[in-house]
Design a protein around this ligand. Structure first.
Ligand SMILES: [Zn+2]
Ligand SMILES: [Zn+2]
Length: 162
């Protein structure tokens, strides 16, 4: 929180006091603010909401900070709001990171797919390729936080006997 958040924090603090049946106290409010300065207001606020529902008396700074930790990890588990709104970012791969065969990745069997086995089999097939959106697609990145090294399970590749 920044000094600008003191006003909002006061409102949060007061409603938490009311919710748990404690007397709002200026000194306590300043103390809590100072002890939680390192936590952003958008985390402090939902944490206070949780404490208001679960506590019968004023939580300690440590309790509130614990609730902030939980609120923070819950936030991290969700994609940013704009990602949820957008739903599908890339229609080439439908955000899977692999171009769907429906988008015309067909190989007549001449090796244009780049698959080693194709040169031996020489039969038409469809194949997938890594979509170019990966580095910029927030939905793909959300579902694939660690870059995949091997793409051997992609559908549509008839590998046959090796
Ligand atoms: Zn894509
Ligand atoms: Zn091929």
């Amino acid at each position: 929180m920044t000094p600008d958040d003191a006003h909002d924090f006061r409102a949060i603090f007061k409603s938490l006091c009311l919710a748990v049946g404690a007397e709002p106290d200026d000194a306590k409010e300043r103390l809590f603010f100072a002890q939680m300065k390192d936590i952003p207001l958008e985390i402090v606020r939902p944490a206070a909401g949780v404490l208001a529902k679960t506590h019968h008396r004023m939580p300690t700074v440590a309790h509130w900070r614990d609730a902030c930790d939980i609120a923070q990890s819950a936030r991290k588990a969700l994609p940013p709001a704009e990602v949820i709104e957008q739903r599908m970012v890339c229609d080439q791969c439908e955000d899977t990171g692999w171009i769907a065969p429906a988008h015309g990745l067909a190989c007549p069997g001449d090796g244009r797919c780049g698959i080693e086995a194709c040169a031996r089999q020489k039969s038409p097939h469809t194949f997938t390729a890594a979509c170019s959106c990966r580095s910029t697609n927030p939905i793909y990145q959300y579902h694939h936080p660690i870059k995949r090294q091997y793409g051997s399970q992609e559908p549509g590749i008839g590998r046959g006997k090796q």
